[in-house]
Design a protein around this ligand. Sequence first.
Ligand code: ADP
Length: 244
Amino acid sequence: MITIKGLKKSFDQLEVLKGLDLEIDKGKVVVIIGPSGSGKTTFLRCLNVLETPTEGKISIGGQKIDFSAKVSPKSISSFRRLTGMVFQGYNLFPHMTALENVMEGPVTVKKETKDKARQKAEFFLEKVGLSDKMDFYPFQLSGGQQQRVGIARALAMEPEVMLFDEPTSALDPELVGEVLKVMKDLANEGMTMVVVTHEMRFAQEAADEVIFMDGGVIVERGAPASIFTNPTADRTKQFLRMIQ
Ligand code: ADP
């Protein structure tokens, strides 16, 4: 489903991703962990082409981009649609209701009719447990509810892969569970997911594979049971000791 080869990203002199290679099968849930500043967010943003990689190839669901050559804005926007991104800070439009937020992408980007987009938005808002909040504005919703709107909004674009960038980090602890539950339901339905999170329990319970990143490289990857109980790299051991 996803193949990444030699992915590099620099900001000026700073090389943040130093050549990542990775394959992710359809329907798998991959959780990325690692210290702050190790390049996890940049990696997700490269998959969504919110950042343009400096070098490397990405293929998702049969569509390929080679960033070593010049890439047209058109191919970036069609590639971007393959992935749906859920942000730490929700990024909802404050002047639109939950329903309007979810309809926005299908109407403006996919040029769907308002009727069709509304039906779809209702379907996805129901899926994340918000059928009674469709006409609420973001300020009338809790952080957990706003994030569930964020998930519904990404799903409404019907991406091949869902990307989650620390989706629960901004939430009060009592609201984390409702968002993780929606994510687990999605995983159980077979959605391919790449999740950057500090929620180790989610990683243990929902991940097919855990990737430990440090210093812009993949240090170690494996099943959650093996990474958490039997890490091989010193850096992974040190990180896991620090967060436990
Ligand atoms: P993580 O998600 O693992 O905390 P990030 O991908 O956010 O790491 O950041 C990795 C490094 O890249 C950090 O040193 C950060 O300061 C730098 N960085 C991220 N985005 C930018 C940017 N837009 N411009 C310059 N430096 C950036």
